[in-house]
Design a protein around this ligand. Structure first.
Ligand SMILES: *Cc1c(COP(=O)(O)O)cnc(C)c1O
Length: 370
């Protein structure tokens, strides 16, 4: 049996007829930049997430870069974030000439540890950028309380968490700006790169809209040096179809997680994901903490089971950030987990046989011993 990490064939098969029809609509107008489907998607997304403004752009990375720029953060400023995330979280700060300041994670949720945030705040701190990692919201009660107390902006990097909630409230509705990624392997993926900014603030929304088209308004008049970062009409046409399936996919991912939890909770050698009682995860990943992680990974791969390490090297130790002056030992939780985490297939189309094969194989590995 084969169990890939993600099965886009299975995901697209039932949708291709509708996607082709929607693409044909774009071909009939040849309106490839900012066509009507972009606006339609933005409106549909506003409704789905219950957030006032959605502003499409070219990628999840660009969404972060533009969000930081829109908040006026740049040279000489600091932004507090997590070292245990995809690279773009920190590179978007760096690319705005601001300094990423890393705060270690809560080793249970993998998200930024609110207890350690205040110690990292300096007079230069302008914002906190939590990531809702693997589809589980960071502790937004604590983060927003700290932000209010110190007058800081909050940017939610929600590239992995579309539709996840904290205390019954939708992610991206807490901070000043939230961002999404539609990279093909995300829970809602396009057929290429695409991203989105979300905000309830009218003024910020107007600025984000302007920044994605070179900072111009009206045309050929530039108040800011902006970007060329729009969401393609063709990608919007694809996403419009797929957004209708998202709620069901999230449900299926949660059901898969429940199955894994029940099968793996009592296996010696691994710890199943901890979900905070206030959080509802959309399981972008199902991530185990494992003894003998690298051996387990090889064992599963040899059996045709896809699995992956997110992330093998925390961002404070990346070579490109060496000027920031971090060293090994600075973020003990993130560093330890980088050696122990393993994500296993959780995509909605998994069959019961596939799931059973995954859990049986993991049990088999630990039953064999060293
Ligand atoms: C995927 C991802 C991004 C970047 O999104 P792209 O669309 O690939 O540019 C940013 N942050 C996190 C946490 C991600 O997982």
């Amino acid at each position: 049996m084969k169990v890939p990490m993600l099965d886009l064939h299975a995901q697209y098969e039932p949708l291709m007829k509708d996607i082709r029809a929607n693409l044909e609509k774009v071909f009939s107008t040849h309106h490839y930049i900012m066509g009507e489907q972009v606006k339609e998607l933005e409106e549909k997304m506003q409704k789905y997430l219950g957030i006032k403004h959605a502003i499409g752009c070219a990628s999840g990375t660009d969404a972060l870069v533009i969000a930081i720029k829109a908040l006026g953060i740049g040279e000489g400023d600091e932004v507090i974030t997590t070292p245990f995330t995809f690279f773009a979280t920190a590179s978007s700060i760096w690319r705005n000439h601001a300094k990423p300041v890393f705060v270690d994670i809560d080793p249970q949720t993998f998200n930024i540890d609110p207890d350690q945030i205040e110690a990292a705040i300096t007079p230069k701190t302008k914002a906190i950028m939590p990531v809702h990692l693997f589809g589980q919201s960071a502790d937004m009660d604590r983060i927003m309380a700290i932000a209010r107390k110190h007058n800081l902006k909050v940017i939610e990097d929600n590239a992995q968490g579309i539709g996840c909630t904290w205390d019954g409230k939708m992610s991206c509705s807490f901070g000043d700006i939230g961002t999404l990624s539609f990279f093909p392997s995300k829970n809602l993926g396009a057929m290429g790169d695409a991203g989105l900014c979300l905000t309830n603030d009218d003024e910020l929304a107007a600025k984000l809209r302007q920044l994605r088209v070179h900072g111009e308004n009206p045309k050929y008049f530039h108040k800011w040096v902006g970007f060329n970062s729009r969401l393609d009409t063709l990608q919007a046409a694809v996403l419009l179809v797929k957004l209708d399936a998202l709620a069901d996919w999230s449900k299926a991912r949660r059901a898969n997680a429940e199955f894994y939890d029940s099968e793996l909770d009592n296996v010696d050698g691994i710890i199943t994901p901890y979900i905070d009682p206030k959080a509802v995860s959309i399981y972008n990943q199902y991530t185990l903490i494992c003894e003998r992680r690298d051996e387990l990974m090889k064992y599963l791969q040899d059996k045709g089971i896809g699995c992956a390490v997110y992330y093998p090297l925390p961002l404070h130790l990346q070579e490109c950030f060496s000027d920031l002056g971090y060293k090994e030992g600075d973020m003990p939780a993130a560093e330890a987990l980088a050696q122990q985490v393993l994500s296993i297939p959780i995509y909605p189309e998994l069959t019961l046989e596939q799931k059973q094969y995954v859990t049986d194989s993991i049990k088999e590995f630990y039953a064999k011993g060293e």
